[in-house]
Design a protein around this ligand. Structure first.
Ligand code: NDP
Length: 325
């Protein structure tokens, strides 16, 4: 047993509730590895958990994602060994100096790939990977609408879709964010604060509409996503940065052209260790060889985590935000 500094949520609420506290860390149990955390990722799911939208009994340690070095292993662990460089994306309670994590959830980080890049890419990178390879498998010639294209997931989606020979119609709030999407490969840019998204998406596709709309903004963009589809197109609603989409009349799918809507989650696309390693290794390999680029849009010590979440929730950020324990 030892102790560590951890970013805790003593009670549900806004970013002001966040506190750094010393918490006990038991020796790693069976199947667990103890990791010295080098960098931790800031994600929207942390916000939902802090607010109590995804309920967790308080107090709890925040954070799902990070990277670091294995410093101890529990009984029966053979997936990793002490000294291994690892990353993880879906283990709640890891924004701390030390964390015990199920070894089966750890992804090897290649030598030469910085811990910060690995921490920044784990959750959002595997999310973009499953969205373009598995939820809707993008084919050459496909046209995709990507909302919040300068955000963490958005920047990766733009690059992965164009790498597959797809065309991206990007939305974002303002010219600076749209310029990021354009540099990464988007061919049509829509400022959704001032433009009619569906009309612009149709104009960019000779009136036909898009094959797929990747929508992590949710409440404010869902109707436009549906209205942008070509017949038999798909809305992939993967988040609700602006709020959750209200209940939905299925008849609207018919009116939209026999459309499909899915609401996927990363956990359901990491069902086996093989699936985790496939997605994690492909993302890390692409980062290591430079075919995928990742913007770290800000980095804060644990004590200043509230500022990181304020930036994310306040639409001030681009790319990925990190905490350093
Ligand atoms: P981003 O970096 O994309 O930040 C969110 C962006 O959404 C903002 O920068 C902003 O961009 C846009 N936005 C539009 N309206 C709002 C609003 N009212 N409040 C806040 N932001 C708004 O975040 P992430 O990349 O971390 O996450 C993007 C989405 O993906 C989230 O909904 C998240 O929950 C989801 N997600 C889903 C996963 C899954 O498996 N289903 C896994 C990981 C993330 P702009 O200024 O350009 O409008």
């Amino acid at each position: 047993m030892t102790t560590t500094r951890a970013l805790t949520v003593p009670a549900n609420g806004g970013s002001a509730v966040l506190a750094v506290q010393h918490v006990d860390v038991p020796d790693p149990g069976p199947g667990q590895a103890q990791v010295k955390v080098a960098a931790a990722g800031v994600n929207f799911i942390d916000v939902y958990q802090r607010q109590g939208v995804y309920p967790i009994p308080t107090p709890f340690t925040l954070g799902m994602e990070g990277a670091g070095e294995v410093v101890a292993v529990g009984e029966g662990v053979d997936d990793v060994a002490v000294g291994d460089r690892v990353a993880w994306a879906m283990h709640q309670g890891t924004s701390a100096g030390l964390a015990n994590i199920a070894a089966a959830q750890l992804i090897p980080v290649p030598d030469g790939l910085d811990f910060k890049v690995a921490a920044a890419a784990a959750l959002q990178g595997m999310t973009a990977h499953y969205l373009v390879n598995s939820t809707y498998a993008v084919q050459p010639g496909d046209v995709a609408l990507v909302h919040a294209a300068a955000g963490g997931v958005g920047q990766l989606l733009v690059q992965m879709i164009t790498a597959k020979g797809g065309t991206v119609i990007a939305t974002a709030g303002g010219p600076e964010k749209l310029a990021i999407a354009e540099r990464l490969g988007a061919s049509t840019l829509i400022d959704y604060r001032s433009e009619d998204v569906a009309a612009a998406a149709r104009a960019a596709t000779d009136g036909t509409g898009v094959h797929v709309a990747y929508d992590g903004v949710g409440k404010d963009t869902f109707d436009a996503s549906l209205a942008s589809l070509r017949p038999r197109g798909m809305v992939v609603l993967f988040g609700g940065a602006s709020g959750q989409v209200p209940p939905f009349d299925l008849q609207r799918l018919n009116a939209a052209g026999s459309a499909y809507v899915t609401r996927p989650s990363l956990a359901h696309y990491l069902l086996t260790r093989d699936e985790l390693l496939w997605r994690g290794r492909e993302v890390f390999a692409a980062l290591a060889d430079g075919s995928l680029e990742l913007e770290v849009g800000g980095e804060w010590p644990l004590e200043e985590a509230a500022a990181a979440y304020d930036a994310l929730e306040g639409r001030q950020s681009t790319g990925k935000l990190l905490l350093t324990p």
